[in-house]
Design a protein around this ligand. Structure first.
Ligand SMILES: NC(=O)c1ccc[n+]([C@@H]2O[C@H](COP(=O)([O-])OP(=O)(O)OC[C@H]3O[C@@H](n4cnc5c(N)ncnc54)[C@H](O)[C@@H]3O)[C@@H](O)[C@H]2O)c1
Ligand SMILES: [Zn+2]
Length: 354
């Protein structure tokens, strides 16, 4: 794979601090961004195995992989290792990994000794376009995703696209689903790029990857800066996630595949509610159905409905549901749970016939 020299820096203005996002930066340059001399690295076993030879020379804490370890036990383990390494408040925690490592590192760094400084080298497509950008950090609790967490921006996020060459294909699609989400809520041109150049992107063409990561992060930055703590606008980032989370839970799918189903359902509802025209709805449907984002399983509607009823974002019998007005324009409105359930059933009936 030819290497790209493209590098672009975006600054996210959080409520408490700034976060520097270096798109096209390099793991091997990370030391230029670390503000202090005492550093501890947090990574997972896979990333350590593949890339530790490129890590700067600091002590490393390693954790396992998989969503099952994203809990307070792992946080406890990392606190203990920090104590063993005599880390005090002058230390810097450097996470090198995907969304899981970054979410845990952000939470640990924000709470250990009431907070130490931290930064990320983001190693998956999903974490570059979504997880590591925006200042949400946290872990799962009693099976509920990200129930325990904090808002706090990393000082920097280095998005090194060269690390993608070792990513398994399923991780490509997992990140791609979030890229599609940005296209649908804010960037019609991005959908055009995806439709035209999916093959190149899939082969990690450096220029294409740079373009789609940059466009995605710009959108997340714009939204997060206006609403860091999800009181309003940030809800748009939940497009496809209301039903997506329920499907992820029931079918044990990767997040990206689950939210691709969620986006299909939200597109269907946008059309049925009269906000999205049939032409745009068909275009979205056909992209999701043919791009490899979903494996076309039979969705268990009864179970999905049960999980959906327990959605932590519901307010009484309403949910702020994100709909499309057109490709590239989203809005949210309070919708009755009952109405959404009816749409879900109708979507499932129509989906089976596709
Ligand atoms: N904080 C947020 O705003 C936010 C947003 C979206 C998702 N998330 C969280 O992000 C997590 C998912 O992140 P993810 O998809 O990056 O998963 P992940 O961190 O679990 O990484 C997926 C797999 O890829 C491996 N890996 C990482 N980098 C690699 C590389 N360069 N080459 C080969 N293998 C590599 C990992 O070891 C792991 O096995 C979830 O826990 C989710 O809740 C957080
Ligand atoms: Zn998501």
């Amino acid at each position: 794979m030819k290497s790209t020299s493209q590098k672009e820096q975006l600054v996210i203005q959080g409520e408490k601090n700034l976060s520097n996002i270096i798109i096209g930066g390099s793991l091997t340059d990370v030391e230029n961004y670390i503000p202090v001399g005492k550093v501890i690295i947090l990574t997972d076993n896979n990333v350590f195995r593949l890339y530790s030879s490129d890590f700067p020379d600091y002590p490393v804490i390693r954790i396992g992989t998989g969503e099952g370890i994203k809990d307070l036990r792992t946080v406890d383990y990392v606190y203990e290792k920090l104590m063993e390494l005599n880390a005090d408040r002058t230390y810097f925690l450097l996470a090198i990994g995907g969304g899981l490592v970054c979410d845990i590192a952000g939470f640990v760094a924000s709470t250990y000794m009431r907070g130490i400084r931290f930064g990320f080298v983001s190693t998956t497509l999903l974490s570059q376009v979504d997880a590591s950008v925006g200042g949400k950090n946290g872990v799962n609790f009693r099976g509920i995703k990200n129930l325990i967490g904090v808002f706090n921006q990393p000082e920097f996020v280095i998005c090194d696209h060269r690390l993608f060459k070792t990513l398994p294909e399923k991780e490509f699609f997992s990140g791609m689903a979030e890229v599609l989400k940005y296209a649908l809520i804010k960037d019609a041109y991005l959908l055009k790029i995806l439709e035209q150049d999916m093959e190149k992107i899939r082969k990690w063409d450096p220029d294409m990857i740079h373009e789609i990561v940059l466009r995605s992060v710009k959108i997340k930055k714009e939204i997060v800066e206006k609403d860091e703590s999800e009181k309003g606008l940030r809800r748009l980032l939940n497009f496809g996630h209301t039903f997506g989370h329920a499907i992820e839970n029931v079918h044990d799918l990767r997040h990206g595949e689950a939210i691709s189903y969620g986006m299909l359902i939200a597109t269907y509802i946008s059309e049925k509610e009269g906000s999205l025209n049939t032409f745009d709805a068909s275009r979205i449907r056909s992209f999701i159905m043919t791009s490899g984002l979903i494996s076309k399983i039979n969705i268990n509607v009864i179970r999905v409905r049960e999980v959906f009823m327990t959605d932590k974002k519901r307010e009484g019998d309403l949910i702020h549901f994100v709909l499309l007005r057109s490709i590239g324009e989203a809005f949210f409105k309070p919708m009755k749970i009952e109405n959404l359930e009816k749409h879900l059933q109708e979507w499932a009936d129509s989906f089976i016939k596709i």
